[in-house]
Design a binder for this molecule. Structure first.
Ligand code: ATP
Ligand code: MG
Ligand code: MG
Ligand code: MG
Length: 476
């Protein structure tokens, strides 16, 4: 039997614990005290101040399994979900960190040993990339673990310089990829590591954290060079389990099965239905974890991103024939599957159920009318030979029917139609002026009533696979 996702998470942390790393709990999906970032999008986020030398910890080596969410900002994989085998909005990032302790040499050795010896990957299938300026890393891959020079690819900033956002710690990086076979590739003659197709699957990113970038774009050296790595748990699970897609790993199959049952749809029969099922499974995971971390649907900030993905999933359910709210049931399955590793998710079960159901109900009330209006407007635009849906229609759908504009965009795309974005923005601007609405930070201020009470009780989840402690920066 191949290792399960849960076992892989445990083995990863145990390996780094054996190399002197402190196992630290995942931090929440909403980063604390960090207005520069809406969501935690990498393992290093909770250690940002440590890398900058502004916070001390009683350890210089750490390992985590970090809850990450990438559906906004610099790292946004929303449109990839369901379409590529490797992207999710919510995923777990396994990482090891050195705060001014070891640097490139150990980082390279640890990663290679764990993948090839610990997880049994065939070294002959692995490739590495380094930043084009990084001779040192290229040399270490050869001298320390014996990677052949032709397997070491030099790439530019786009692939091999990592930053969390526009500001903060950053540095050149080196990535380990696995060749999934030519049949997974795009077939172009120049297809190689770094190609955006699915042949050379990026597994693990080792960031050589050396700089801090400030708001003016200036980089300055960090007090001590450090290491920050990240490997997607779902990707390594797919690879170790010998499947071609993360969605076929055991972290996803029970959730997809549940979505199939509820919508009475078979998986693997049609491309369109499969995309919908994967989107539903992905978004159900994201909704469960986001709500359990205290984020609630709203019209601003974090809450709006949650609302968007929830409504996207609802609409995919509708495409599969679901007439009634269903996503909460899929989210409950997510909780069943994941509460072993994240017990606080189990504690938040009733809360997640209530929040997701009520948002689905709200949206369902207007979904049909909105979809009808959109279908008519699309027909009209096509009849007139227009290439884009008028901005006012997109705005009306948003304002009156609760359609996030990306939903309207997706539906239009399916009909080979664009959306008049400037027109939408203009209509939105007018409404904003009218209501004098303003940006309210994370979008969670000003909550009142029962939701505020629930929030105040603090529903948080963290990886507590070892002894049940949780919270930001907490040792487990
Ligand atoms: P890709 O090029 O495949 O989009 P990335 O370069 O954006 O990945 P990094 O920012 O380097 O990813 O993140 C570190 C690791 O986290 C990746 O090597 C991958 O294993 C995992 N990862 C990144 N984005 C996702 C995602 N959307 N879903 C699942 N795993 C991801
Ligand atoms: Mg990416
Ligand atoms: Mg990449
Ligand atoms: Mg990368």
């Amino acid at each position: 039997m191949a290792l399960s996702g849960n076992e892989l998470r445990g083995k990863f942390l145990a390996y780094f614990a054996s190399k002197g790393h402190q196992v630290v709990a995942s931090s929440p999906l909403a980063p604390k005290d960090d207005p520069s970032l809406l969501f935690t999008n990498a393992g290093m986020v909770q250690f940002k101040q440590v890398f900058l030398g502004q916070e001390q910890r009683p350890y210089t080596r750490a390992a985590t399994s970090q809850k990450c969410f990438r559906a906004s900002g610099k790292h946004n994989d929303l449109e990839n979900v369901g379409r590529t085998p490797r992207h999710h909005t919510f995923f777990e990032m396994l990482g090891n960190f050195s705060f001014g302790d070891y640097f490139k040499q150990d980082a390279v050795t640890f990663a290679w040993e764990l993948l090839t010896v610990g997880f049994g990957l065939d070294p002959e299938k692995l490739w590495v990339s380094v930043h084009h300026s990084d001779d040192e890393a290229a040399e270490l891959w050869q001298s320390e673990v014996g990677v052949r020079p032709e397997r070491i690819v030099r790439l530019g900033d786009k692939d091999n310089f990592w930053s969390m956002g526009d500001t903060g710690p950053c540095g050149p990086c080196s990535e380990i990829h696995i060749d999934m076979g030519p049949e997974m590739g795009c077939g172009r003659p120049d297809c190689a590591v770094g190609c955006d197709c699915n042949r050379y699957l990026e597994l693990w990113n080792l960031v050589f954290m050396q700089y801090n970038r400030d708001a003016s774009g200036q980089t300055t050296p960090l007090p001590k060079p450090s290491i920050d790595t990240g490997m997607g748990l779902e990707r390594i699970a797919g690879v170790v389990q010998g499947v071609r897609s993360n969605y076929d790993s055991d972290l996803f199959t029970p959730i997809i099965e549940r979505a199939c049952q509820i919508t009475q749809t078979a998986y693997g029969q049609s491309d369109q239905a499969d995309i919908s099922l994967r989107v539903i499974a992905d978004h159900a995971r994201a909704c469960a974890f986001l709500v359990a971390d205290g984020i609630l649907p709203s019209n601003e900030g974090r809450g709006y991103v949650l609302r968007r993905i929830l409504r996207r999933a609802a609409r995919h359910g509708r495409k599969l024939g679901a007439q009634k709210p269903f996503l909460h049931q899929v989210a409950m399955k997510v909780i069943d599957e994941m509460m072993g590793a994240y017990p606080a998710l189990g504690d938040a079960r009733a809360f997640v159920d209530k929040v997701v159901t009520s948002e689905e109900e709200r949206f369902n009330e207007t979904l049909d009318t909105g979809l009808k209006l959109l279908a008519e407007a699309i027909e009209e635009a096509k009849a007139k030979g227009q290439t884009a849906l008028p901005g006012e229609v997109a705005f009306k759908l948003y304002d009156t029917y609760g359609f996030p504009v990306d939903l309207t965009r997706t539906i239009c795309e399916e009909e080979a139609l664009g959306v008049d974005e400037p027109g939408f923005e203009a209509a939105m601007g007018q409404q904003k002026t009218r209501s004098r609405a303003s940006w309210k930070g994370s979008g969670e201020e000003g909550l009142s009533g029962p939701l505020a009470e629930l929030r105040a009780k603090g529903f948080k989840t963290a990886f507590t696979g070892y002894d049940g402690l949780e919270g930001q920066g907490q040792v487990v």
